[in-house]
Design a protein around this ligand. Sequence first.
Ligand code: MN3
Length: 204
Amino acid sequence: MPEKSNAELPPLPYDYDALEPHLSEQVLTWHHDTHHQGYVNGLNSAEETLAENRESGDHGTTPGALENVTHNGCGHYLHTLFWENMSPDGGGEPSGELADRIEEDFGSYEGWKDEFEAAASAAGGWALLVYDPVAKQLRNLKVDRHDLHALWGAHPILAIDVWEHSYYYDYGPDRGSFIDAFFEVVNWEKAEEEYQKSVGHFES
Ligand code: MN3
């Protein structure tokens, strides 16, 4: 059996100040180095607890550790995607097959964006564009924390973090301006890549 390695914090795919003025260097530093690192540590710590409990046969702390795997694992995976969903060269609208699919599944790009922004405005966690492999269609999800209102099997392709740590320092209570800022740096090429991965897996 290959040895399992611990989760690791991936480096930001650009400099900490690369998304200014839309997202500040200070927020990206705190958000990546402290918050995201915390989820990586929490996931590894929960894994350690589970391994110890399997060894000892004492499962008293197992239910809590399993909850920590979900909370921290979802936090780690979604932050990793969120960083990649932004780029200093981002902005604009999707093109190619993803653009066609958004039109097919939501009627129009504007129809998709209005729904996504409604989710992002109201969520206590994240708004996600996902590919649903059961219905074979794109969907928007409004997620609280990192996992509440998740859809089993769905593959996230675009994620915006609307936890307060994501925008409050830059925008205060004006979450709408942060959502607008996200669309100034959105990296549609990464979203297209994730879309192709899921479609290639489930529709081929
Ligand atoms: Mn966050």
